[in-house]
Write a protein that binds this ligand. Sequence first.
Ligand code: MLT
Length: 247
Amino acid sequence: MLHYVEKGQGPAIVFVHAFPLDHSMWEPQAAFFSDRYHVIMPDILGFAGSEQVLPWTIQQMGDELLALLDRLRVQRCTLVGLSIGGYISLPFAAKHPERIDKLVLAHTRARADNETEREGRSQMVAALQQSGIEILPDRMLPRLLGPKASQELRERLRHTILKASPNAAIFAVTAMRNRTDATPLLSQLSCPTLVIAGEGDAILKVEDCRQMAAAIPNSQCVVISNAGHLSNLEEPEQFNRALENFL
Ligand code: MLT
């Protein structure tokens, strides 16, 4: 069962976080939107309060999300997925269109990992098994944050990452490595969709995000300047404005 934090009342917005973070990465969005929206921030399986003792798949995580919406009696929502949150949100929106008003795919892609990326995931799993969670901040922070991110943000994220258990990270990396190609789903998305890219994102190229948006029938793409992979934290004003305009 997924743990979540909620704030505010109104139409629901569900924010699904990046790896290896938790619901707390959405603080700037909760503060901005919760005076007029019901902001719901689940923790992905294994992270923060969402304990998990077995490996899981992106499909199972989608089933957990559906169970959470049912539990909260949320019939329809805007679903915002960032990175792994997008790997989860895209197939979810294609499978459950009746539950989605609008979709936001931020810093994410539809295709599965290629061979090199899968190899990188396997190496990360081996390193986590051998040395524990301590290896993760130094590996992930340069990928997550652009060069202009503040030292304070870097330290805050380091602290969040170190709170995760090795198994939480191992299961999430494994779920990402095993995820299937969601490209065929893009043309099936019927809801308005916003694709968000970061000018300096080390994981997702702006061009790839634009291409993904072009394959979605009713979509637009916004590029956040001065931001890496976590534009909601690096440039919260730009991110919130883009989301507000879209809503
Ligand atoms: C994330 O930010 O969720 C992950 O780093 C994405 C990825 O590694 O593919």
